[in-house]
Design a protein around this ligand. Sequence first.
Ligand code: HEC
Length: 134
Amino acid sequence: MSLNKVAILALSIAGLAGQALAADQTPIVSGEDEFLWNCAECHGFEGKGDGPLAKALIKPPADLTKIAERNVGVFPEDTIAAMIAGKESVMGHQSFQMPKFWERFERSEGQRGFDPAEVRIKAIVDYLKTIQAP
Ligand code: HEC
């Protein structure tokens, strides 16, 4: 386990003190930490598509700082949430292994320290909005 992951794990454990939250409240684990923990291995620690696993994939992971740029300046919030959840298929997505996070997150629902999948995906989408290239 890399030092980064240890740090993130420590942060996640620090978050365990929180109690279950309703869907519209602040997430226990921030979108940034969710991103580092679940996405950075492929998409890179800055979201630029250059994570340590990227080279092992058939299709390179997308540069997530350019989502708005690829969509004429508009960040398509609902589409991105559905793509992360694995509920929306995207051209090319069938041919490689972008995990279906909805299913993955649902497995942790109800466990101490884990928000509902919906809250976690919303937190990640909100974080991605903050890293869009100007
Ligand atoms: C196992 C590697 C892997 C992991 C882990 C992963 N992704 Fe991906 N992701 C990919 C690949 C590969 C693509 C496809 C790129 C393409 O089709 O252009 C992709 C595409 C995407 C896209 C579509 C981008 C676009 O504009 O079309 C989004 C959004 C995305 N990922 C977000 C995430 C988020 C958020 C996480 C963490 C919750 C995550 N991914 C975790 C591999 C991964």
